[in-house]
Design a protein around this ligand. Structure first.
Ligand code: COA
Length: 531
């Protein structure tokens, strides 16, 4: 394969970008550090004094030692609810147990008793969607008071609300995707269906409880007085009701049993280990990502920092050059790369369409490196039919049979977001860099559009419009777009699967390529009925 030659030297611009991007990265890590410990110290103390491990410790113990954990949407709900729900009170991510990729969904009981707000549900359901698409066994570490009651109207009744979690479990079980629960705390009302719908369930003695209504509600409804343990504790469910299958002494023991269950599942193929690192250091990216909204360097400079031995077999290099397409390997795994190198023209969209078809023909997954202000506008381009050419690319993508995923490395605006595998096009994963921006158009452009509309309205009515009013519209719109275009705004609302440090991009892409290589199995009929 052809090796890319970097033309960038360690010049003044490079050093300026490095310095500016250092602040951006520090801000990113500071934000992550505020959520990494979960709830407030009082809640953590109460939790640990009960002999329970924290959600993060539970995950660490479950995973193979020194294996990677691809955590998702760590900053969900960040900046909302007065920051009372770090990571939306739930940890999700993909890790390895006995060498097998598994999806983990762990409630964090130190965050409002592990209860569910809208973002918690969205995160839980997104984790299940990824598991279903990529054939990953699911492990639910349950420790939750169910719905966060003050928010019930936003989380209970609609299609993708709380009930969808159990629907998904049933569907996945029917496809042969194992559903395993470890009940490590409360599991009340609808939440009781998480273990009840699992293929195999473990419950921790004198700590885990499962019931449709807790003791206070039972008393109110029937007058019966009963303790939580007597109503639905570990002994009851493993000896009397059969709602759980394994009784564990404590968190550590429960996790050990879960590892044994995963060990007994069928083997998956393992990834290759012999590959070459890129010729150029990945932390060059800090010097390449332009500070102050300046244009990106040639996208091949970025690709050269990501691919094995910086090799890239470019496709149609001389045609539609604002979209760069080609094949490469990342940690030994083949991938087709589509990367923006300017505005999309008809030719670039046609080339993209052709390349997507090629990847499908060859069964090679696709990586979209998205940095796009949109399609070219104007009379010449409309006359040439840019809308129909863009539609071809979107159509090829929407019907792609090979998996694809996206990293937004710069701007993501307008219809360019769609053609380059934005969220609506169901990429298997979508991550953003901390410098990324996402909105229907840029702040200045949106302000100009709205001002033009105001001026036209005034003109039609033969009215004057004062300059101050126009300035105030501009300021408001720019401010709003600046805030809403931030990757942190996006990730808080789960429009993506998380923000990643650019220097971890190669590792993240390699992990994703391994994960998506899990073949989809044929539907085998029913899931597992609990007896
Ligand atoms: N809705 C809203 N808030 C809830 C909640 C719920 N379902 N369950 C717990 N919380 C809040 C508490 O108000 C408390 O908030 P604070 O920190 O601001 O005071 C926090 O979560 C921790 O709850 P607490 O009871 O102090 O913790 P705990 O560890 O002793 O008990 C539970 C946790 C989940 C076992 C217990 O709170 C409980 O039983 N909750 C009700 C469960 C329920 O009936 N759910 C039905 C909804 S489907």
């Amino acid at each position: 394969m052809f090796q890319l030659e970097s033309k960038i030297t360690n010049n003044e611009d490079f050093q300026y970008n490095q310095e500016k991007n250092q602040y951006l990265i520090e801000d990113y890590w500071n934000k992550l550090n505020t959520v990494i410990n979960g709830g407030d110290p009082k809640a953590i103390k109460k939790h640990t004094e009960r002999g329970k491990l924290l959600a993060r410790q539970r995950i660490e113990l479950l995973l193979d030692k020194n294996s990677p954990f691809l955590e998702l949407s760590q900053l969900a709900a960040n900046g909302q609810y007065k920051d009372a729900f770090p990571s939306a009170g739930i940890l999700t991510g993909i890790g390895k147990v006995h060498g097998k990729d598994v999806m983990i969904v762990a409630n964090d009981a130190t965050v409002k008793g592990g209860t569910y707000i809208a973002e918690t549900i969205k995160k839980h359901i997104r984790a299940q969607e990824i598991a279903e698409q990529n054939y990953l066994p699911c492990i639910y570490m349950v420790d939750s008071g169910g719905i966060f009651l003050p928010e019930q109207a936003k989380v209970f009744a609609d299609k993708n609300d709380f009930g969808r979690i159990f629907f998904n479990q049933s569907r996945m079980s029917a496809k042969g995707i194992s559903q395993i629960s470890i009940v490590m705390g409360s599991c009340t009302a609808g939440g009781a269906y998480v273990p009840a719908m699992s293929d195999e369930t473990i419950i921790v003695k004198e700590q885990g409880t499962i019931f449709l209504a807790g003791p206070p509600l039972v008393k109110a409804a029937t007058g019966e007085e009963v303790s939580a343990e007597e109503l639905g504790g570990g002994f009851v469910h493993t000896h009397i009701s059969g709602v759980a299958d394994h009784l564990a002494d404590n968190d550590t023991h429960a996790i050990h049993i879960c590892r044994n269950i995963i060990e007994s599942l069928p083997e998956k193929k393992r990834a290759e280990n012999n590959f070459l690192a890129p010729k150029y250091p990945i932390d060059d990216l800090y010097g390449l990502i332009p500070a102050d909204g300046k244009p990106f360097p040639d996208i091949r400079e970025i690709i050269a920092r990501l691919t094995d031995n910086s090799e890239f077999h470019e496709f149609k290099k001389e045609y539609g050059s604002t979209l760069v397409t080609g094949f490469a390997k990342i940690q030994g795994q083949k991938v087709g790369i589509l990367a923006n190198n300017g505005i999309l023209f008809s030719e670039s969209a046609l080339k993209g369409t052709h390349f997507i078809q090629l990847c499908n023909e060859r069964n090679i997954p696709m990586l979209f490196l998205q940095n796009i202000t949109g399609f070219m506008v104007g009379k010449e381009y409309e006359h040439k039919g840019i809308a129909k050419d863009g539609a071809k690319m979107v159509n090829a993508l929407a019907n792609s049979k090979v998996p694809y995923f996206t990293i937004i490395i710069g701007g993501s605006y307008g219809a360019g977001n769609y053609a380059m595998a934005g969220r609506a096009y169901e990429p298997r994963f979508l991550f953003m860099w901390p410098n990324a921006r996402i909105s229907v158009m840029g702040a200045k452009q949106a302000a100009e559009v709205l001002i033009t509309i105001k001026k036209d309205q005034a003109k039609a009515l033969n009215q004057d419009i004062n300059a101050e009013e126009l300035e105030s519209i501009r300021d408001q719109i720019v401010k709003k777009y600046e805030e809403e275009g931030s990757p942190y705004y996006s990730t808080s609302r789960l429009w993506d699967d998380g923000i990643i440090d650019p220097v971890s991009t190669r590792d993240v892409v390699a992990r994703v390529l391994q994960i998506i290589s899990n073949a989809n199995k044929e539907n085998i009929g029913y899931g597992v009925f609990r007896m």
